[in-house]
Design a protein around this ligand. Sequence first.
Ligand code: AMP
Ligand code: MG
Length: 418
Amino acid sequence: MSSGPTPAVLSFEDARHVVERHAAGVRPQAVETVDLLAGAGRVLAERILADRDFPPFDRATRDGYAVRAAELAEVPARLEVVGEVKAGDWPEPGTCSVGRGQAAGIMTGAPLPPGADAVVMVEQTSLLGNQSPLLGNRSIEVRRGVSPGENFVPRGAEALAGQMLLDRGRRLDHAGIAIAASVGKSQVQVFRKPRVAVLSTGDEVVEIDATPGPAQIRNSNSYALAAQVQAAGGEPVRLGIAPDERSRLRQLIEEGLGCDLLLLTGGVSMGKYDLVEEVLGELKAEFYFTGALIQPGRPVVFGSCGKKYFFGLPGNPVSTMVTFELFARPMIEALAGMTPQRMVFLRARLKSEIRTKTGLKRFLPAVLVGEFENAEVELARWQGSGDIAALARANGYVVVPPERERIEVGEWVSVLSR
Ligand code: AMP
Ligand code: MG
């Protein structure tokens, strides 16, 4: 009879912590160098340091006039304009410096000329007298005083040369790409993507280019999971479909254990043909949990075999996708070299009442509408965890705490976004 593991069903929080503890112990495999833009979405394997001060000079943040703030103690004040600094100009002390009674025109992004300690906005000034540019020196009247340091960012205020701007383990988004570009990194070192095996199980499952028989379904889970693996920073390796039969299932599981992580879908429930745990047991797998008090996805399994981790995700498509996000994602991120990430939840007001039974933490497909403070959410109408059409209409999951039987219209709820 069954040689499966002793069941261990944990709360969602405990199960997630178990995964996080194991994830904290894994190391990414290798480092590769890629062109900067190919690094978008990849995990940095090096620290990015400031190659010079940021900003590299006192940088004006307004169009206006560079002045000595002390000269504007009484306004209106009249100042002589001794020059102009455009973005890209370098004001040499000999050619453009601001002395007593003087000002220099300055544009946003330009360096503050020597002698000046503030910028007064052009809107607070007027040109005086005959303004023909051929007449050389001009004068302005300044209507408002400024404090020293106003309207420019001092050299090095954002970062000093040598300071770390991005740490190892950071996934490069567009802001990270901007930082790398700004210090002149045309190539970056990133961690190799972990190879994640995806194995579907079930006699009823056929490949997507096959014509399913009347009782068969196409293998959508492998594709959904492969897409989720990619989004999490892994390289999916689809192993196809294992039948509900021990020897072929075992062979494919062993093949999958050759990757950095193995994801199985289906075959982890209590049915007579749910063989995944038994076969893993034969392979001397260690099980950390064999269920979590969640819906969908209660039968989710997490363990290791040899040096490799695996997840057994329930076969119902919505359960597969939800349990991936809740449990497999943090492990893939860790294998990809990422520093651990917190789960991010949105908050929205409930549009129509939810009634459930207590005991399970629920992640129910939901439609989030409205913007800013008007965010509202309601459950997608669904036919249970096989309903991919409902999931495709949804854009998130409402989180229902296990002790809540009823959530009223207008209550704020947490939403896991997708
Ligand atoms: P199981 O977890 O093996 O009991 O599977 C539960 C249900 O999920 C099955 O009856 C199928 O309808 C569905 N299912 C299982 N595997 C897949 C798959 N690879 N792709 C799509 N649906 C699946
Ligand atoms: Mg099955």
